[in-house]
Design a protein around this ligand. Structure first.
Ligand code: INI
Length: 159
């Protein structure tokens, strides 16, 4: 039996953080959390690019553009879709989630998923430095762990 798991070690990793400006007070906190996690786990600031897009809808196409450049080992996608009173929520949240997953699968590259989908601003605040931690931090950590896991699997394939 063989067992594989990654640990979030970021040394040498080139990371793209793609973040949406919509609900910017929330998404800036997600970006801060992600950067904190990346740097604390060994990613050099010079190896991180933060790319801003207008809204969550634009996250997938930006992620594809970044992965297509071949410059990044992992991405972290950050945004906040807050329900309010409009059915727009379901379209934006659904398509953004689906598109981020598809980009990650197509490029076989980890994308930490830090897209908040909340009913209220209070719920979003609780997930960006409040009672529920910071989902930007969590997404960055998951991306680094997956990157390390893939490196370990690559090393096994090469044996
Ligand atoms: N974009 C978000 O990131 N969050 C939202 O809550 C949101 N709502 O509610 O509309 C939102 N809409 C904008 C969308 O992402 C696009 O930027 C826009 O439609 C232009 O393409």
């Amino acid at each position: 039996m063989a067992e594989f798991a990654g640990t979030p070690t970021g040394r040498g990793a080139h990371v793209g953080v793609v973040a949406s400006r919509f609900n910017e007070t929330i998404t800036r906190r997600l970006v801060d959390g992600a950067l904190d996690a990346l740097v604390r786990h060994g990613v050099a600031l010079d190896d991180i690019d933060v790319v801003w897009v207008p809204g969550a809808w634009e996250l997938p196409v930006a992620a594809r553009r970044l992965l297509g450049s071949g410059r990044y080992d992992v991405l972290v996608a950050l945004g906040a879709v807050i329900r309010g009173d409009t059915p727009h929520f379901d379209y934006v949240a659904g398509e953004a989630s689906r598109g981020i997953a598809q980009a990650s699968e197509e490029y076989e590259t980890p994308i930490g998923f830090g897209l908040l989908t909340c009913d209220t601003m209070e719920q979003a605040e609780a997930r960006t430095g409040g009672a529920h931690g910071n989902k930007g931090w969590d997404a960055a950590l998951a991306a680094l762990e997956m990157s390390d896991l893939f490196e370990r699997l690559d090393a096994t394939d090469a044996e």
